[in-house]
Design a protein around this ligand. Structure first.
Ligand SMILES: Nc1ncnc2c1ncn2[C@@H]1O[C@H](COP(=O)(O)OP(=O)(O)OP(=O)(O)O)[C@@H](O)[C@H]1O
Ligand SMILES: [Mg+2]
Length: 453
């Protein structure tokens, strides 16, 4: 009989910490039960389709699997299992010190990692082992900036830690000092190493503070690994291209520090110091469809229907489908084959649900191993090529042919000088720039050719 594990979810969405409910995980199933107080408050639940207004006093349940061992919404609170994930390394070190043994791979360790790093992260929910741990943690929130004398030492340790972990430099560092300065930084998803911190991005060498430190900006700090040289310059360019095209984007800062390249992106899951609900499309789909386990389990042409169905439960903007179609066109024309379901998120609860600003628009097709038209599969077998498919896709998003045409014209306009702008990024390796230029030109030609037909 597998061990039953317990946890609790709290949230500061009202401005004050409050308990949302109790979490249980058994071998096959996870369940969540709201507290009566939370239900009475009418505040958003832990995820859109698990909202208290739908489930009431009944427990929300989900059949877990190796691929999704917790509620899909909680996945982003477990540090990603890739060798450069800073949080995973840090928490595994903590677990090693706490237990005096090597954490065994599997569910038990994943659960422990979620309890260690699953608070203060992206969105409005905080997971803890129990209520006492939650109360203790909130007592130190928001954090105060560390005293200057101690923090100078800790700051240089932090830079050394990043160099050690991301650039593979053989510098020694003391994890204890980092923990004192930042605490365990919250988990955050994605492939590129990153930290959730607060900084003043306008200073030459920013000092790191824990998230939500008063007077500092909350950012997702992405750190460029050597295997993706040039990535953050390209990502910053694509943020700019989306902003110029009229999409909402967060503010960002490209920062160089010695050999380190950083991109600080302002967090949009906070407003006036309060966390906002944020959930990836992956989580929404997986919560609603228990057979769905990964991005490849759905087709691009099915997403319009998903948004329509979600629109029957949540209040969505009238142009929710059109927005999504425009995002896919921009991805196609900028060489971003990596617009997967974790890179699209919704902000807000059931009553005020809307698309999150653009994040992670990096044109991953610049790297041959990521040169895929779309991470979400599609079936173009009935079309002469995928250009024709992307035009037909408008209809699957419920758009008329005039609307589709307007979206395509706008995306073509917005990316007219994209290849030139890519080529001007001298710090990006020539191979990546040339590959991206060729891809961008090819995709343009395909769309233009079918648009004329
Ligand atoms: N500005 C932001 N505000 C709030 N949340 C953000 C922001 N930027 C990113 N996120 C969250 O952090 C996660 C990881 O960020 P991001 O997608 O940029 O990383 P990545 O490592 O490039 O991802 P991938 O694995 O898709 O390449 C996102 O999925 C999103 O949930
Ligand atoms: Mg991402």
């Amino acid at each position: 009989m597998p061990r039953v594990r317990h946890g609790v979810i709290w949230s500061r969405i009202s401005g004050r910490p409050g308990k949302m409910g109790d979490l249980v995980l058994t071998g096959q199933e996870t369940s969540f039960t709201y507290t009566r107080e939370w239900l009475a408050s009418g505040q958003p639940g832990f995820c859109l389709l698990g909202d208290g207004s739908i489930w009431g006093e009944s427990s929300v349940t989900y059949p877990v699997s190796e691929r999704i061992p917790v509620f899909p919404r909680l996945l982003s609170l477990i540090p990603g299992n890739n060798p450069r994930n800073l949080q995973r390394r840090h928490y595994l070190d903590l677990l090693r010190r706490q237990t005096g043994r090597e954490p065994p791979p599997g569910m038990e360790t994943e659960w422990q990692l979620m309890l260690l790093g699953g608070h203060g992260g992206i969105g409005h929910i905080d997971v803890f082992a129990d209520d006492l741990t939650a109360q203790q943690w909130y007592r130190h929130q928001p954090p105060k900036a560390p005293p200057r004398s101690q923090s100078r030492n800790a700051q240089s340790e932090l830079w050394r830690m990043i160099k050690h972990e991301v650039l593979d430099e053989a510098t020694d560092f003391d994890p204890q000092i980092i923990e004192e300065a930042l605490g365990p930084t919250p988990s955050v998803g994605g492939m590129i190493p990153k930290l959730l911190v607060s900084i003043d991005p306008d200073t030459k060498t920013p000092r790191f503070h824990p998230p939500d430190t008063p007077g500092e900006r909350n950012v997702v700090l992405k750190i460029e690994p050597p295997e993706y040289t040039g990535l953050l310059d390209l990502e910053a360019l694509c943020l700019q291209v989306h902003r110029d095209a009229g999409f909402t984007t967060p503010r960002w800062w490209r920062i160089d520090h010695g050999d380190l390249r950083l991109l600080a992106v302002e967090r949009f899951d906070r407003r006036d110091g309060r966390p906002l609900p944020m959930e990836s499309l992956f989580s929404v789909i997986a919560t609603g469809d228990h057979h769905f386990r990964e991005t490849a389990d759905i087709l691009l042409e099915e997403l319009g229907g998903v948004i329509d169905r979600l629109g029957q439960i949540a209040r969505l903007p009238a142009d929710a489908n059109e927005h999504l179609y425009r995002r896919f066109l921009m991805a196609l024309l900028t060489g971003n084959g990596d617009l997967h379901l974790e890179n699209l998120s919704l902000l807000g609860g059931l009553d005020d649900c809307r698309w999150a600003p653009v994040y992670d628009p990096a044109p991953m097709r610049a790297w041959p191993r990521h040169d895929l038209v779309s991470a979400i599969p599609f079936d173009a077998s009935e079309y002469t090529d995928h250009g024709e498919f992307f035009i037909a896709l408008g209809e699957h998003f419920g758009l008329s042919s005039q609307q589709t045409e307007r979206c395509i014209e706008a995306a073509l306009d917005a990316t007219a000088d994209y290849a030139t702008r890519v080529m001007a990024l001298k710090k990006v390796p020539k191979r990546q720039r040339e590959q991206l230029q060729a891809i961008a030109q090819h995709e343009r030609e395909l769309l233009q050719q079918h648009l004329r037909e």
